[in-house]
Each structure stands twice: as structure tokens, then as C-alpha cells.
Design a protein around this ligand. Structure first.
Ligand SMILES: *Cc1c(COP(=O)(O)O)cnc(C)c1O
Length: 391
């Protein structure tokens, strides 16, 4: 039988055809009026997509480039910072802050869980130059409560900068960047915006710009002040990933098109889409006998489920690829073999969810020998969908 290749991974995610066409047609020099018009259009769209009046900058790098830029631009060697970590991407903040000479205080939550706000309150000190956190920790598929963390900062330590890795949070979570006071919010191209890897984007508050004037860490390629100066003229400091930027523009047009051309409404619809698909996936996989890895605070970006005791999630990943040419993500690091992750961010619709759950029924039955009735996972997902469209 024909097997179509399908990505269900939380980055890279499936590509939007209209963005692929735009990329193929992007035969353009980056110091021309044509490019400047494109760049200015995309930067303006990104502000709406992020939902902020702050500057939004684009960097030609993967998401980690913008994480590094946040650290190098905002901190000086010896600065005390607080990192909240509950997984592999939180650990990346720790490594980055150490690489730039910060004194790093770390508050950990166990894998699969989010932070106890009372503990954060205890850990947060006015001396902390910045607090680094994920909006959604993709390695465990946990959502962190950015709004509550932002409130806590306002209350306990208003000088501390709030830096949020929203690389899988954007497009799957509702944010009020300006209302809550998020100083930097980071996104990546291979996640909810439906294009290949290679671009990072980030919003930067006035408070963050002011902090950059005083910070003493070295920066060159990722000097955000230089990017901002160039962006005003419709250019980037160095040769940008022109084709990806054309693709991003097409993807943001598509997202706006989902709500009659209104990008803000389109963004809200995209978030709601991820949330319904995530809820349907959770219901379907639980109906098959899997256990949610993040039951108390599940992300809409991806769903992580643990395989039953004595089974290996690598077998599920392999079988799905071999039998259905579909790619899901294994656990990362020490979670490998224990859980698998299914993405919902970006260009996924409800029919994708149904297809994946239908395939998973076969895998659960034949590979894991679970007592499966065909239709069990699909029926649970159908109910979630029916309830969601009623409201
Ligand atoms: C994908 C991802 C990143 C960035 O990874 P890159 O490989 O550098 O794009 C960072 N944080 C989170 C939460 C992610 O999901």
C-alpha cells in the first residue's frame, strides 16, 4: 500500500505548501527594494503573530540562536540569574547562562511536571538580572504558567527581566506579552509557523533594550541592537535566510486567511486548533492504555505519553515509521525509550489527529500487544472534537 510520509514531530513540523512555493520563488537580493518591502511586511506580521507592540526581530539561526542572543545581550559575566528548568530545553538555558559567565541559580521541577509557584517565589531574588524559562517544555510536553510567573516577578522583583523560550509556546498558547510584561519572547521557524528550520524571531521590550546598554558580554553576529538598527531600514545586519523569510510571509498570510485575513484572530484560531488536537490526542492515547507523561499541565504543542511498564517507546517510534511512514518523537536523553511525543503545533488539522490515532491502534495492538478494540482511540478523539465544535 502507499504510505505517505507524515511528520508528527514537535519541530520540524509539516510544511505549508504555499510557503514552499514562496520559498522556491524567492530569487531575490537582500539589499533591494523588493526585499526591504518583504522584510518590513514580515516583521509587521510577526508583531501581530507574537501579539505585542514591542520590537520583533528576525535572526537567521535556529531557535537556540535567539536563546543565546538573549543571554549574551542581557547579561554580564558574574550576573546572578534564575533558570526554571523541567526538561532538556530548560537545561539548555542553564548551559547557555553558564557559558556567558552568569552565576546561575537553578530551580528544577521533575520531568513531566511544572513549577510550584511558592518555590519560585522563594527562589526569586531582586539580585536576579533575569529569569529564564520555557513557555512549553517540548522534551516533556509540559506547559508552564508564564502569566503567573510574570505576575510574581512584578510583585517580588520587578527589575528582573523575564525571558521566555516560546519556541513551541507561540502558536499553541495565548500570551499577553505587553500586559504581562514579557521582556523577551522567542519563536522558531520550524515549529508553529509551518516552514523549515533556520529562522528565529524574538520580541524585545523597552526594559530589555535599556538593559542591553549596560550588559558587558561579548556579542557580534547576535548583537540585537545592530539588528534593530537595520530592521528599521527594512534590512538585516548580514545576509538573511531570504527564502525562509518569503516562506514565513506566506505562512503568516495563510494563518490570517484562516480568520478572514485578520492575523490576530488567525493566531487565536491556530492556538485553539492545537489545543483541540492535543486534547483529542490525549483522550485517544489514554483510551488505548497509555499514560500521560504530563497529566497536570499538558502542553498543546505536543503530547507526551509513557508506554506501559516493561515496554520500549522506541518500538512504537520504529513501527509507526516502518508501517505508516509517520514520524513521531522519542523521549530525549534519559526519557528515551520511556515515552513518545506527538506534535500538534502548526499545520496539523483534526484529520491528521484521527489518522495518527488510527495508526496507533494498530501499533498498540500488534507491536505492544495491548488489548485494543479498533476504533477505541478514534472514538475518544471524536468525542473531544464534537464537544469542542459545539462550544
Ligand atoms: C525546538 C526548541 C528549541 C530550539 O531548538 P533549535 O534546534 O535550536 O531550533 C528550543 N526550545 C524549545 C522549547 C524547543 O521546542
Amino acid at each position: 500500500m502507499i504510505r505517505k510520509t507524515r511528520l508528527f514531530t514537535p519541530g520540524p513540523t509539516p510544511l505549508l505548501p504555499a510557503a514552499q512555493f514562496a520559498m522556491a520563488a524567492a530569487d531575490m537580493h537582500h539589499r533591494t527594494p523588493e526585499f526591504r518591502a518583504l522584510y518590513q511586511k514580515v516583521l509587521a506580521q510577526l508583531k501581530v503573530f507574537v501579539g505585542t507592540k514591542n520590537d520583533v526581530l528576525l535572526l537567521s539561526s535556529s531557535g537556540t540562536g535567539a536563546m543565546e542572543a538573549s543571554v549574551s545581550n542581557l547579561t554580564s559575566p558574574g550576573d546572578r540569574v534564575l533558570v526554571l528548568t523541567a526538561g532538556k530545553f530548560g537545561e539548555r538555558w542553564v548551559d547557555l547562562a553558564k557559558a556567558f559567565g552568569c552565576q546561575v541559580d537553578v530551580l528544577k521541577a521533575p520531568y513531566g511536571q511544572t513549577f510550584d509557584l511558592a518555590e519560585v517565589r522563594k527562589a526569586l531574588k531582586p539580585e536576579h538580572r533575569a529569569l529564564f524559562v520555557q513557555a512549553t517544555e517540548t522534551s516533556t510536553a509540559v506547559r508552564h504558567d508564564v502569566e503567573a510567573l510574570a505576575r510574581l516577578i512584578q510583585e517580588v522583583s520587578p527589575e528582573t527581566l523575564l525571558v521566555v523560550d516560546g519556541i513551541t509556546g507561540l502558536g499553541t498558547t495565548h500570551f499577553d506579552v505587553d500586559g504581562w510584561g514579557i521582556d523577551i519572547l522567542i519563536g522558531g521557524s520550524q515549529k508553529a509557523v509551518m516552514i523549515p528550520p533556520g529562522l528565529a524571531y524574538l520580541s524585545v521590550s523597552d526594559k530589555a533594550w535599556a538593559a542591553m546598554e549596560k550588559s558587558k558580554n561579548p556579542r557580534y553576529y547576535f548583537d540585537l541592537r545592530k539588528e534593530r538598527k537595520n530592521a528599521v531600514k527594512g534590512e538585516s545586519a548580514y545576509t538573511p535566510a531570504v527564502a525562509l523569510i518569503a516562506g514565513l510571509g506566506a505562512a503568516l498570510d495563510y494563518i490570517a486567511g484562516q480568520a478572514g485575513g485578520d492575523l490576530e484572530k488567525g493566531r487565536i484560531a491556530l492556538v485553539n486548533n492545537a489545543q483541540v488536537n492535543a486534547a483529542a490526542t490525549r483522550a485517544g492515547l489514554v483510551a488505548l492504555g497509555f499514560t500521560l507523561f504530563a497529566p497536570t499541565s499538558p502542553a498543546a504543542a505536543a503530547t507526551a505519553v509513557a508506554v506501559p511498564e516493561g515496554m520500549d517507546s522506541s518500538d512504537v517510534v520504529k513501527a509507526l515509521k516502518t508501517r505508516f511512514a509517520s514520524v513521531i518523537a522519542n523521549g530525549q536523553g534519559e526519557m528515551k525509550g520511556k515515552l513518545f511525543r506527538v506534535a500538534h503545533l502548526g499545520f496539523f488539522d483534526f484529520l491528521d489527529t484521527i489518522a495518527l490515532l488510527g495508526a496507533m491502534e494498530h501499533i498498540a495492538k500488534d507491536t505492544l500487544k495491548l488489548p485494543v478494540q479498533y476504533g477505541q482511540a478514534v472514538a475518544a478523539a471524536q468525542q473531544v472534537y464534537a464537544d469542542a465544535v459545539k462550544n
